[in-house]
Design a protein around this ligand. Sequence first.
Ligand code: COA
Length: 260
Amino acid sequence: MNFENITLEKKDGIAILTINRPEVLNALNRKTIEEIGRAVDDIENDESVRAVIITGSGEKAFVAGADINEFVGIDVVTAKELSRNFQILLNRIENLGKPVIAAINGLALGGGCELAMACDIRIASEKARLGQPEINLGIIPGAGGTQRLPRLVGIAKAKELIFTGDMIDAREAERIGLVNRVVPPESVMDTAVELAKKMAEKSPFILKLAKEAINTGVNMDIHSAISLENDLVTIAFTTEDKEEGMKAFMEKRKPEFKGR
Ligand code: COA
C-alpha cells in the first residue's frame, strides 16, 4: 500500500503501524488520519494479522497530538468535522476485532494520548511523557480524551490532567493506570512484539469475543453486561477452537487454534 505519513509492516501475524512524521513529532494531520484509516481497513480484512502494534518513528515522540497547523483559522464546521473524523478513526481502532498495542516510544500528547488510549494495551518507554495539553491552546480534547481518560484513571485524575494540561512521566502514568507497563526505551518494541506474539497464538475468534465482552460490557449496567458475557462464553463453547483447547489440555500439548 502507498502511504506518505505512515508505514505498515506485517510479519509473523503482527502488523506494525508507525506514524512517520518525526520532523513534527508525528503530529496527526488530515492526511495521516486518512492513511491510518486505510491501514486499519487493510488490517481488519487481513486474516493473517492476529495482533497490531501502533508506534511513532524517531526517538522523541509517539505522537505529539493533532497537527496544530491545521487548526489555525478554521471555521466551526471544519472543526467539528476534524474532531468527528478523528473520533471515528479511534472508535474503529478501539473496536477492531484484534488486539492493538500502543508502543509509546516518546511523547504521547493530546491526540497522541487519545490514540494510545484507544488501543487495548499501552507499553511506555521510561522516557515517555503523556498528557492532554489542549486546554493550553484554548480547546478541549476532541478525540475521545474526555471520555476514555476518566474511564482509565478515574474522574478526579482525568480532570486534573485535562484542566491543567500538565504532562506526566511514564512512571506516574503507570501508577495511575494510564499505561500497562514501563520499560527502558530500547525495549519498548521488543516488549510490544513479545506481547503481540503471545496474543497471536490464541484463537483470533475467541480473542474477538473477549474484546467484545470487555468493550461492550463496560458501557452497560453490570447485570446486562454479565448477561452479555454469558451469551459470548456460550458462543465460545460452540467453536472448534474450544474443542481443540480442551483436547490439547487433556493431551498435555500446545493447542493449535484455527479461529473457527
Ligand atoms: N502540531 C504541529 N506541529 C507540532 C506539534 C503539533 N501538535 N507538536 C510539535 N510540533 C512541531 C513543532 O512546531 C516543531 O516544528 P518546527 O521545528 O518547524 O518549529 C517540531 O514539531 C519540534 O517540536 P518542538 O516544539 O521544537 O520540540 P520541543 O522538544 O521544544 O517541545 C513539545 C516538544 C511536545 C512540548 C512541543 O512541541 C509542544 O508543546 N507541542 C504541542 C503539543 C500539543 O499541544 N498537542 C496537542 C495538540 S491538540
